[in-house]
Design a protein around this ligand. Structure first.
Ligand code: BTN
Length: 268
């Protein structure tokens, strides 16, 4: 369903967002900006500042939004939830591979709760509606010794823009299409930060359980998949046998088992 976009949905309400998250324990600080090159780049520039731990940066527009594998992330002004969050704790080598899965599980849960829309999960970290991408996650960070300070960047297509950029036509869908109504982006951002707050301890305590939960909820096992590189080159083809405990995608190919750690998946 396509929602009438003749009236533009309101901007994210920075005050309402700040006051709602003030009661959280670890994700209580938010900064909203109109425009920035990339919220991830801005958050990464704050990684050395201990006072910025747990802070989230939200933007109405990114002029150089970043996607996975060196791609860009395009989201017309005011149509998405574009948010980067500095993880409040330093992560061990064992925890780091679970972070993207954790973020996509949190995003799916928040979307269900705030928008009553049920996305599916696509490897590695995408949220999908009817097999079209509605949200993506980009984890970046810096490792010092055996710990990593990380930023979780999430881009959620919330309200279908009046004009869909050519690059997105056919490749993107908006939550408002499925909801049949405009999405309250403030409520969605609040729900996402609440979900992070509620689930952070489980990530740190048992990252392998997060990876297993993602594997179960994505129902990836048994599907025949093709894994492509960033240029669309075919890397592997096989039957998915779930995720390894350290976050790799286990594929049974004609040449034997392969663990995939990078790439894009197409169902066949
Ligand atoms: C992907 O390619 O699927 C990941 C997309 C991540 C986009 C988000 S938008 C907010 C944050 N800032 C960025 O520059 N990228 C992430």
């Amino acid at each position: 369903m396509t929602v009438d976009t003749s009236s533009t949905p309101p901007p994210i309400d920075a005050r309402a967002l700040a006051s709602a998250v003030a009661q959280l324990t670890r994700f209580k600080s938010v900064t909203c900006v109109d425009s920035v090159e990339s919220t991830n780049a801005l958050a990464l520039s704050m990684l050395d500042d201990d006072a910025a731990r747990g802070r989230s940066i939200l933007a109405e527009l990114q002029t150089a939004g970043r996607g996975r594998a060196g791609r860009g992330w395009i989201s017309p002004a005011g149509s998405g939830v574009l948010m980067s969050t500095i993880v409040p704790v330093e992560l061990s080598h064992e925890t780091l591979p679970a972070l993207g899965y954790w973020a996509s599980l949190c995003a799916a849960e928040a979307v269900i709760e705030a928008c009553s829309v049920w996305p599916t999960l696509k490897w590695p970290n995408d949220l999908m509606l009817s097999a079209i991408k509605v949200a993506g996650v980009l984890v970046e960070g810096r490792t010092i010794g055996s710990f990593t300070r990380a930023v979780i960047g999430i881009g959620i297509n919330a309200n279908r823009p009046a004009e869909v950029p050519e690059e997105l036509a056919g490749n993107a869908v908006w939550l408002s299409d499925a909801a049949g109504a405009p999405i309250d982006r403030t409520a969605l951002a609040i729900e996402l930060l609440r979900t992070y707050d509620r689930r952070l301890d489980a990530l740190v305590a048992k990252p392998v359980d997060v990876i297993r939960e993602w594997s179960r909820r994505s129902a990836i096992s048994g599907r025949t998949l093709r894994v492509q590189g960033a240029q669309g080159d075919m890397l592997h083809e096989g039957i998915a046998r779930g995720l390894t405990d350290d976050g790799g995608l286990l594929l049974e190919t004609k040449d034997g088992p392969v663990t995939v750690r990078l790439g894009d998946v197409c169902a066949m």
